[in-house]
Design a protein around this ligand. Sequence first.
Ligand SMILES: [Zn+2]
Ligand SMILES: [Zn+2]
Length: 153
Amino acid sequence: MVAKPSKGMVTDMAASPDHPLHGGCLCGAVRYELSAEPHDLYHCHCSICRKCQGALYPAYASVVRSGFVVTQGADRLSTFDSSAELHRHFCSSCGSHVYGEMEGDPDTISFSVGTLDDGADPGGRQGKERHIFWGSRMGWYEPSDGLPSVDEF
Ligand SMILES: [Zn+2]
Ligand SMILES: [Zn+2]
């Protein structure tokens, strides 16, 4: 018996090969499947992510590469290297930032949590959910979720 997720409650099952989560870009051209539970989850306040996503502080989850598969529209992805180390992949039609890859960490995919369908909970907390690059946050909005904050990654 699977409980239906209700708004505001963390009831989603962790992603696994038997229970994958799905996501994609705004226009639907790019689709992916998440078949492993992420091992990290963070909210980034750096100025690059802010511009990149047009959001105050986007959330990302990191997952082993084999657990994240682009199932549709791989040829529609464009890449922007926001630094020599970070390759950000976008839908070339609608602009959604779907996921990124770090140079030197080929086994990890970090995806934009907001691209999961229906606001699915990505999991991946393991007690580490946090705000990163806190010192770069916009001064006029103060998150009050009680999560720890760090000035680096
Ligand atoms: Zn799109
Ligand atoms: Zn960032």
